[in-house]
Design a protein around this ligand. Structure first.
Ligand code: MG
Length: 336
């Protein structure tokens, strides 16, 4: 018989202790977590600190290239890294539905532990609640990440300047299309996989090698087009992209054209945009390409002064030009 989660396990008693010890500690093991105090004591973080939090509700829980567990680590680690910080610690809160298959919970916890080790972060504190059947869909996870900022100046969406180069660490659209394919069982998308990956080692190398990084941002929900629109608005500049330079995998291109989707608006979970002075672009690209997650890094455009208002324009493959607007809402819910 399948071992499934009982409501008791969220009650704070023995059943809770067993759940935490058996399902989480063995995957997250570290001395800070094992102290089991009310909070984790972090004695070695030097300010300024970067902190970020995210709730993960992806469905399905497992998909080609990752799971809710990899996303819960990578998504938060990457957001902290985008501030020019070294992510060090994570907290995690689980909301679990009564009746959840324990084997599934174990696989998610194993993915989180592995992702944390790969990213070099420790899961040091957490919480688990169990809610009655129907009060949530299997499992929601919230993680918070903390790290010390070492980049000087600190990268920010407000810092893009006319003349800067716009770099992208790799292909776009993979994650969003994978979730759509997994949810709808679209067999023609079998060659597509999520790019879920930690970016912190790569961004640290870019900052160390190129320096003076003006903007780092990961184009997650809303995709590359939304992220660049945000940056253009925050910095009061325009961004001009060359369509033929934006890496898109063949399987993503053909899947998108079949479904009428634009890969520039699909979510990514292992890519970043890097904007910096033109003369530093080659050094930054070389640093990215040293990492598997940056192997396809490319220079995709440049920053210009805004004319009437900040805009993102795309020079198309056939020689035309069009504006990429900010989407109104999410085309696909629960992708991360
Ligand atoms: Mg982000």
């Amino acid at each position: 018989m399948k071992n499934s989660l009982l409501l008791d396990a969220g009650g704070g008693g023995r059943a809770s202790q067993r759940l935490i010890a058996e399902r989480f500690f063995r995957h997250f093991a570290n001395p800070l977590l094992e102290r089991m105090d009310d909070a984790a004591l972090l004695a070695d973080l030097r300010p300024p600190l970067a902190m970020s939090t995210d709730a993960y509700t992806v469905t399905p829980l497992f998909f080609p290239g990752g799971s809710i567990g990899t996303l819960a680590v990578h998504g938060t680690v990457n957001d902290v890294a985008m501030l020019g910080a070294r992510p060090r610690y994570l907290s995690c809160a689980f909301v679990l539905e009564e009746g959840l298959d324990m084997e599934l919970l174990d696989r998610v916890a194993a993915d989180m532990g592995k992702a944390a080790r790969e990213a070099g972060v420790l899961l040091v504190t957490g919480d688990t609640k169990v809610v009655p059947r129907g009060a949530c869909d299997k499992m929601f996870i919230t993680t918070t990440g903390l790290g010390s900022v070492f980049a000087e100046p600190t990268p920010s969406g407000h810092n893009a300047r006319p003349g800067d180069a716009v770099l992208l660490s790799g292909s776009v659209g993979d994650h969003g299309l994978t979730i759509l394919g997994a949810r709808e069982n679209l067999s023609f998308l079998s060659d597509v996989a999520s790019d879920s990956a930690p970016l912190n080692r790569m961004t640290a190398a870019v900052i160390e090698r190129a320096g003076d990084v003006h903007v780092l941002r990961d184009p997650t929900r809303g995709g590359l087009a939304s992220t660049l629109n945000e940056i253009a608005e925050q910095s009061g500049v325009s961004i001009i992209l060359d369509e033929e330079r934006i890496p898109v995998h063949e399987a993503v291109k053909s899947g998108c054209s079949f479904l009428g989707l634009d890969p520039l608006y699909l979510a990514n979970e292992g890519k970043c945009v890097c904007i910096l002075p033109e003369e530093r672009a080659e050094a930054a690209l070389a640093a990215m390409r040293n990492f598997p997650c940056g192997a396809e890094a490319a220079r995709i455009g440049r920053v210009t002064a805004a004319e009437k208002r900040p805009r993102v324009a795309l020079n198309t493959r056939i020689g035309g030009s069009r504006f990429l607007s900010m989407p109104e809402g999410a085309p696909l819910p629960r992708i991360c």
